[in-house]
Ligand binder design. Structure first.
Ligand code: TPP
Ligand code: MG
Length: 906
């Protein structure tokens, strides 16, 4: 470094200006000499890793001196790893090629067969056809398995490549032929195979769902980061697993794919390797027909701190590039756009000779010694095991940065006229006899012409050289991949008395359900067994939820600790970043926070350790914003607790249309394994969380929870006797009405609106001669689920003794009318209407939110105390128990304008 600096200084003026031509020439001469010195120095220091630093410093100083240095984030359109740096290939190339060919064949056969039997069943051939080498090199040499207590690598497979992954498992003798025969026929008696990677459907095989484009990329980044978090906190003492993510080049257009790249760069996640399969095509056509996706991605990744390895050209190109003294070949490679390259993959070699090489006579002359067929077969890098191996080898040994491998391939490679490089190839599922034979011959599958028609699966016998090779490689690498194994031992969760302060009420002290939950969390964090395992996750909203007290108590995770003196250092609750911090404070990324939830919530299966995510977020920015990731969490069998805070369309009062959530419970109700609750009191929350911890971490059930939390402060009552089961099941009588009235009604309510319902009870009794019981409906979703379950059983067993659901049993003796009111849309309580005797009249917050006071909003949405009273009276009128005039009188008396606008349409 010093020598380099000295040379620059001796020159006395890089970037300086000379004003006559003689001195200019002298200056140039000196510069060139200095440059040569620098170059020599750089080359001498290349191995020590100093070279990059030196070049960077040089550029920096040139810039400082005022020179306009062009920003270049791309490198030439050639392989990043020069031939002379490629390591020797450690495997048996010929055997590996045969194995790969069989995997290719079965992957194709399973799709063709399934579609022959069931023409609409779908499936994909061309994605795996383009990525077979990318996977096979990894299976034979890189993916580590989880035998011997070691943590297996976590691999996010490209979803549409799943036939290839099943086929690999078949060739490894892990899956049998009947299952391959039933690809996409999961409901068959033998148990088929799901279309795509779904841990929910194959919990001992797949680890991560990846087919909703963009989710796997972002999940993989947060997974790699979560592994570092666990290491920092002392949970993963052994060898670190690697996270691999295989992404489509079209998939890179999803915002989620690129949205978290800078996190991986910033946190130096060198345990993460991405492989972007750049087959230049997506579903409809080229990804960047008029440009070059590899170059575009290179600049994107480089700009966010990734190590980029381009694998563009196969070994056949090496001699051509070596002979390219004038740089014409590289120039032509850079000129051609992806649309051209796609064309070269479908046309004969003569076309490429004329249009690619032929543009410059000297370049054309360079391929005179090649036949058209040889030109056609010039391999792309992603199909060349030597190049792919070199890239993986470099990637896994690269320290301090995540690595992305941009591998150029051909979509539908090997399909020939049936689809290779064609725009239709993504959806190609049927090959005719001739096409099948050609594929068979191209990959030397040992099947006779007449056998090919039936597309039988093929795998070498158990004692064959190929099977032994496959098994030996996997054994050497520590077992099979993918494999999902639950190893985490059950936890001892807190006892009843740990919750007692939340059960006894807040004694005139007003607090919100959010505040109560944060207090409960603070308490649980101190618990011996589970305290350390809780992973609080917050996307920049801790102060809103009153969680800032946790900053100090357990620290915010930062891989670098705190390099600065925080401005609030003097305050008790200062912003405390530490290397072993427990809080994951994501910044403003709900998608990132949810990805952390998934990483933490699946640690019991993927990392052998039970972790308990508590993710607090603005409820409006949950299901609505990142619903697909929540769906993926369910698919992953993630466990943990989601807290939709600042919930309720009227309870979150000042924020208006884009913040006020009155429908997340509807969206949440679509997820089968999600247990949803809308609690109104601290004791309800304590009961739900206590039961949840037991179910998830002691009983080992694969569910997760959603609780809506509010910011309205009020006194928390103590728990009435005997209501725990009701809280958990979704409904219990909170306060019975005064007896001896002429009419009977019931009000179901939840969240903060419970208080309005209790007031309505008083008004109904005092002013309208109605005794109305108030019920807390903690979960309409769970009530409906159980009721449907019972009804279904009864329907299918009509002569057996008919069963009754909890809802039916609970309400069967009740008389009178039923109304429901919550801070959610009417459809939420309507879910249970079929089982409510005499039907249910629901009030709810249908419509766009407004910013105003709670009282005004509750009147506007017609969910306040007065409207609840009116709804009960009207229900009595509908039943014939009360005259219409009485209801009209009540409307007047209660000061409700009957001509007010309907909030849903306003
Ligand atoms: C979020 C989402 N949108 C759309 C799709 C439908 N889809 C499936 S594959 C595909 C094209 C994928 O192209 P690419 O990522 O380049 O993968 P390739 O098959 O070329 O490797 C599309 C649009 C999807 N699966 N997920
Ligand atoms: Mg593609």
């Amino acid at each position: 470094m010093d020598a380099g600096k000295k040379d620059i200084e001796n020159d006395g003026g890089i970037g300086g200006h000379r004003d006559n031509s003689k001195t200019q020439r002298n200056g140039q001469h000196k510069w060139l000499a200095s440059l040569e010195n620098i170059l020599q120095y750089i080359l001498r220091n290349e191995e020590s890793g100093q070279a990059t630093l030196l070049v960077e410093e040089l550029i920096e100083r040139l810039r400082e001196s005022g020179l306009k240095i062009p920003l270049t984030v791309t490198t030439p359109y050639i392989n990043t790893i020069p031939v002379e740096k490629e390591p020797a290939y450690p495997g048996h190339r010929e055997i590996e090629r045969r194995i790969k060919s069989y995997v290719r064949w079965n992957a194709l056969a399973m799709v063709v067969k399934a579609n022959r039997l069931h023409p609409d069943i779908g499936g994909h051939i061309s994605t795996y056809a383009s990525s077979a080498t990318l996977y096979e090199v990894a299976f034979n040499h890189f993916f580590r398995g989880g035998a011997d207590e070691r943590l297996a690598d976590m691999v996010y497979f490209q979803g549409h490549a799943s036939p290839g992954i099943y086929s690999r498992a078949y060739v490894e003798w892990r899956i049998n032929a009947p299952r391959l025969h039933h690809f996409r026929q999961e409901l068959s008696a033998v148990g088929g195979l799901p279309s795509y990677p779904h841990p929910y459907l194959m919990p001992d095989f797949w680890q991560f769902p990846s087919v909703s484009m963009g989710l796997a990329p972002i999940m993989s980044i947060y997974h790699a980061r979560f592994v570092r978090y666990l290491q920092s906190r002392g949970f993963l003492p052994g060898e670190e697993p690697r996270i691999w993510c295989f992404v489509g080049d079209g998939e890179m257009d999803e915002p989620e794919s690129s949205g978290a790249l800078s996190l991986a760069g910033r946190e130096h996640l060198d345990n993460l390797t991405w492989v972007v399969n750049c087959n230049l095509q997506r579903l409809d056509g080229p990804v960047r027909g008029n440009g070059k996706i590899i170059q575009e991605l290179e600049s994107l990744f480089r700009g966010t701190g990734w190590n980029v390895i381009k694998v563009i050209w196969g070994s056949d190109w090496d001699p051509l590039l070596a002979a390219d003294e004038k740089g014409l070949l590289v120039k032509r490679m850079e000129e051609a756009v992806d649309g051209d390259y796609q064309k070269y993959s479908v046309e004969p070699g003569s076309y490429t000779r004329k249009h690619f090489f032929g543009k410059y006579p000297e370049l054309a002359a360079m391929v005179n010694h090649l036949t058209d067929d040889q030109i056609r077969k010039l391999l792309r890098g992603g199909h060349d095991p030597a190049k792919v191996f070199a890239a993986y080898h470099t990637a896994v040994n690269h320290k301090g940065m995540p690595t992305v491998i941009l591998a150029k391939t051909v979509k539908g490679y090997g399909l020939g006229e049936a689809g290779e490089g064609r725009n239709i190839t993504h959806q190609q599922k049927a090959l005719n006899e001739r096409e099948l034979r050609e594929f068979r011959s191209r990959f030397d599958i040992p099947l006779a012409d007449d056998e090919v028609v039936e597309t039988p699966f093929y795998r070498p016998p158990l004692d064959s050289a190929e099977t032994r090779y496959v098994q030996a490689r996997r054994q050497a690498l520590g077992g099979f991949v993918p494999e999902r194994k639950v190893k985490a031992p059950a936890l001892k969760v807190p006892e009843a008395n740990d919750y007692s302060e939340f059960l006894k009420g807040s004694a005139q002290h007003a607090m919100s359900t959010t505040g109560a939950t944060v207090r409960l969390l603070t308490k649980l964090l101190r618990h011996d067994e589970i305290g350390r395992r809780i992973v609080p996750i917050i996307p920049d909203e801790a102060r809103t939820f009153g969680m800032d007290s946790l900053f100090r108590q357990i620290g915010i995770y930062s891989p670098t600790g705190q390099l600065y003196e925080p401005v609030d250092r003097e305050a008790l609750l200062y912003y405390n970043e530490t290397k072993d911090g427990q809080i994951i404070e994501e910044g403003i990324t709900e998608a990132g926070a949810m990805s952390s939830f998934i990483a933490a919530g699946t640690a019991y299966a993927n990392l052998g350790v039970n972790m308990i995510p508590f993710y607090f977020y603005y409820s409006m920015f949950g299901f609505q914003r990142i619903g697909d990731l929540i769906w993926a969490a369910a698919d992953c069998r993630a466990k943990g607790f989601l807290f939709g805070a600042t919930a309720g369309r009227t309870t979150l009062n000042g924020e208006g249309l884009q913040h006020q959530d009155g429908h997340s419970h509807i969206l949440a109700s679509t997820i089968p394994t999600l247990l949803t609750y809308d609690p109104g009191f601290a004791y309800e929350i304590a009961v739900i969380i206590r039961d949840g911890l037991r179910r998830l971490y002691t009983e080992g059930e694969d569910y997760f929870y959603y609780l809506t939390l509010y910011n309205e402060n009020y006194e928390m009552p103590g728990i009435p006797p005997g209501v725990e089961q009701g809280i958990i099941k979704g409904l219990y009588r909170l306060r019975a009405a005064p007896k001896g009235k002429s009419h009977k009604a019931h009000i179901f309510s939840s969240g903060p609106l419970l208080r309005g319902a209790l007031k309505a009870q008083d008004i109904l009794a005092e002013q309208f001669d109605v005794s109305a019981d108030v019920w807390s409906a903690t979960s309409y979703k769970l009530l409906r689920g159980e009721a449907l379950n019972v009804k279904r059983w009864n329907m299918l067993h009509p002569t057996a003794a008919q069963k009754k659901s909890y809802l039916e049993t609970t309400l069967q003796q009740e008389e009178g009318v039923f109304v429901a009111v919550s801070d959610y849309m009417k459809m939420v309580p309507d879910q249970i209407a079929p089982w409510v005797p005499g039907g249910l009249a629901s009030l709810g917050t249908d419509g766009f939110g407004r910013s105003d006071t709670r009282a005004n909003l509750r009147r506007f949405f017609e969910v306040d105390t007065e409207l609840t009273v009116i709804a009960a009276l009207y229900a009595l009128y509908e039943k014939g128990a009360l005259a219409g005039g009485k209801v009209e009188e009540a409307i007047k008396k209660l000061g409700v304008d009957p001509e007010k606008s309907h909030p849903f349409y306003l």
